[in-house]
Design a protein around this ligand. Structure first.
Ligand SMILES: C[S@@+](CC[C@H](N)C(=O)[O-])C[C@H]1O[C@@H](n2cnc3c(N)ncnc32)[C@H](O)[C@@H]1O
Length: 295
């Protein structure tokens, strides 16, 4: 997947009265440079229309005349406050429940049995959903683990979920999804793990409180340097985010993620995000599944 796979919203362009001339080369270069510095998202020349489209609504919200004014704002002290909105508009948050189902099968068939074999100790099974977007990934994990562990063992697993976008984190914490977003959920899972909305909430479902409480969301830029965790993870999912980063950034990120894994822990990446060509010390187990070997 690339940013280019998303079409610019024709409506937002027309609504804004946008023409390509308004986003000058100089302003586009400035935005690309800033976005790269702050998020390591690399935008090529072909993404100009897309970027203009994604920012059009933001300009209207801020009452700005054109992209030049927007770039000027980003150069001022107030720009620091605007930056998260800029990154949020540019990064793609698309996700869905039980995305890349093979990973979930691998978790139940291989990872948990291996963990059970060596680790039936006091520590819980710890998972990190490292670019969790609107919550579908960590809640899918929570549903899956609730089905793998007996109810009496519910304290034996923990999920941390992080994202750079505060907007998607707010959605994730709310955990309310339209019915059409629940295509990956079986009727039985829906009954057991979701609360059906009524009256003004009709057509929507909320993840039940007992599952919501099992997922801890926090804001984190994966490329921001340090991570806030005090314990290592048995499993990290960093899926469909590395695709935005260039090779050196991917290498740094994989090294930092590996350092957060216990020996024998697993890293799952998106199926379109092979680490071939990226230097790392993990063992490839299956496509998009890597393992940290014991020292
Ligand atoms: C396409 S979604 C992937 C969601 C989920 N992992 C999946 O595979 O369905 C990519 C997410 O990565 C987040 N993201 C982009 N850059 C990031 C960064 N530097 N640190 C943390 N999250 C980032 C975006 O905000 C977005 O929510």
């Amino acid at each position: 997947m690339s940013l280019g796979s998303l079409q610019p919203a024709a409506d937002s362009l027309a609504e804004f009265g946008w023409t390509e001339a308004k986003l000058s080369d100089a302003d586009y270069d400035f935005l690309c440079q800033l976005i790269y510095e702050r998020s390591r998202i690399h935008l090529g020349a072909d993404k100009r229309v897309l970027v203009a489209s994604r920012l059009a609504k933001r300009l209207r919200q801020l009452n700005l005349k054109d992209y030049r004014e927007y770039c000027q704002l980003l150069r001022t002290a107030a720009g620091a406050e605007e930056l998260p909105f800029l990154i949020d508009r540019i990064s793609t948050n698309h996700t869905h429940f039980f995305r890349e189902l093979k990973h979930f099968e691998f978790i139940s068939q291989t990872i948990i049995p291996a963990w059970n074999a060596v680790k039936r100790r006091a520590e819980p099974f710890r998972i990190w959903s490292a670019a969790s977007s609107t919550g579908e990934e960590p809640y899918s994990l929570a549903i899956h683990l609730a089905e793998q562990f007996a109810p009496a063992e519910s304290g034996r697993w923990q999920i941390e979920a992080t994202d750079i976008s505060t907007r998607v984190l707010d959605v994730a914490r709310q955990a309310i999804y339209d019915q059409e977003r629940l295509a990956g959920i079986s009727p039985d899972q829906l009954r057991r793990h979701f609360q059906k909305g009524e009256k003004k909430w009709a057509g929507q479902f909320r993840v039940k409180a007992e599952l919501r409480q099992r997922v801890i969301f926090q804001h984190l830029n994966l490329l921001g340097g340090t991570y806030p965790f005090t314990q290592l993870f048995d499993l990290i999912l960093c899926r469909n985010v590395m695709i935005y980063f260039d090779r050196p950034t991917q290498e740094t990120l994989v090294r930092q993620l590996s350092a957060q894994l216990v020996p024998g822990g697993y890293l799952l990446v998106g199926h379109s995000e092979s680490l071939s060509g990226v230097k790392h010390a993990l063992k490839l187990i299956q496509p998009a599944i890597y393992r940290k070997t014991a020292p």
